[in-house]
Write a protein that binds this ligand. Sequence first.
Ligand code: ADP
Length: 607
Amino acid sequence: MSTRPGGSRLPLALLLLAVPLAVAAWGLGGFSAQRERNNADSQLIDSLNSAGGVYRDALTDVDSTASRLASGPRVEHEFLRGHHRAAVWRMQVDSKHPHGRVTRWHGPIPAAAAVRRIHFLSKGHTIGQVVVFLPLDSQVVKRLSAGARLGGDQRIAFVRRGGLVGGRRTLRLESGSLAGRPGDIRAGGVDYRAVDMDLGSGAKGTRLAVLEPSSHIDSRASLARWRVFGLCFAVILALLAMAYAVSPSIARSRVSRQERERAERVLAHVGDGVFLIDHDGVIRLWNQAAEAITGLRADDVCARTAADAVPGWPAVAGRVPVARRPGEFDDESSAETVPLEIDGREIWLSIAGVTLPDGTVYAFRDVTRERRLEELRAQFVATISHELRTPLASLHGAAMTLLERKHELTDQTRHDLLEMIGAQSKRLADLVEEILLTGQLDSGSLRVVTEPFEAEEIVWSVAAAARLRVGDDTTIDVSLPAVLPKVVGDPARTRQVLTNLMDNAIKYSPHGGRMQLGVEAGDGYARFTVRDEGLGIPLGEQKRIFEKFYRLDPDHRRGIGGSGLGLYISRELVRTMNGRIWVESDAGKGATFAFELPLAERVSVPA
Ligand code: ADP
């Protein structure tokens, strides 16, 4: 089943997006309508200026006509004869005479006219004047309309005393007024947008105006508004359609990003190390567990080839089983246990891979501990088998000899054989005892008593028992302080640790030598020491000899047998009694084992 991701919320989101966009589009439409009105006003002003220019040309014609008439001899004659004080001409423009034609005028000069007067002087006195007037009528309006650059719906008119002199007829100004700025007027039942200008002193009381029907401007503005609004609306629709079209893939990519992040979080928290190697052998993913197990940081290995980033990988890669699909191998045994040496540290990994389209993903667990335990177990079996076989062979041999040849044997030989049986069975019993004790220490079930006891007596008796077992080449000295407070611990276990150390000193001193067994008081503790002049222990091995089953290599211990449990047991017993144990040694020059246990009371130690 496939669903449109986030489908139910999509219409709401689109609506939320569409409403402000529509409001913005409406606002933009209003803005462009206003701009259209402003344009109309500017065009009116431009046209008025152009018409003003044509009017000034007409005035120039009036001026030149007046000058021409004033210089004629007839006028002078008329004035000198005193016939007239003024000679008046009317100037008219029409299509045939764009620059005007003049006719003598004897009536009154009309109010709406551009008038030019030239005073005629004789001997410094005005004897008459030449007057030329241009009636500001529909003919002049025609000429101005023809000469000026007007917009399509604009027209020119003269404004005088509440009336508009236009192309055909004079209209009454019903409302509104003009004062040099664009304004709204109503004339002849029609609303206009108009602008006017003063015509100067030559045409008193008459103004020149350019007007355009408001309805034309309104329809242009409304057209502009709807054009912009429609355009914006189309863009909005296109955007919404696009948003609708791409939203599933956005939602899908969001979902897949969330899934990827979740997978990364999960991968970061799984206990198994996981890494991905692409088809070019480059590591593309390295999770937190992989970092923790190997100590290699993701930043240091990612984007590098596995061969380069993980030391030893090429050597083991071929052994790692890789399934062609998840679950192809159905049991754990499919994983291979391989060693990797990283920074001088050997780690064992149980690892398996699966092929993916992106490369191969490997999952691994750190099995170093299990591996170490397995090694210990194998070591234990080998050691114990060996340690059992030797005394058992001796026991068997002695018993068979006694049984089969009892009549041939001398008393002394019989005695020696019985003594050997006793010693070897003791060795076996000691070995079994050590194994049992190790088990108890491992499980924490061993009980030790903690009580104050006299340490000197234990030291003396351990030394005495040891002396019975050494030859003439060995001396065992005891050193004790003048005063030693009681030690707190388990006396039997302390004796066991001392005996163990003393046994080792004897065992690993094949040429005998001087041995020292002692105890001294420190600040709050008693320090027991066992010193020998035997084989010694190399520095690098001194920590490891306290590990379970750990033994030096046969060369170092000259093939001397043992279980590898004695020092482990000693360390665990001392720890259980709240003490510590260590060794100091120069290989070949003997070893000094020491352990400390708490004192029952503090003593002041003499310097
Ligand atoms: P075992 O003696 O049974 O092998 P231990 O745990 O007592 O086991 O000792 C571990 C190893 O430490 C021995 O195998 C030996 O190599 C080394 N070792 C112990 N004591 C001495 C010593 N006094 N001198 C030299 N090597 C010693």
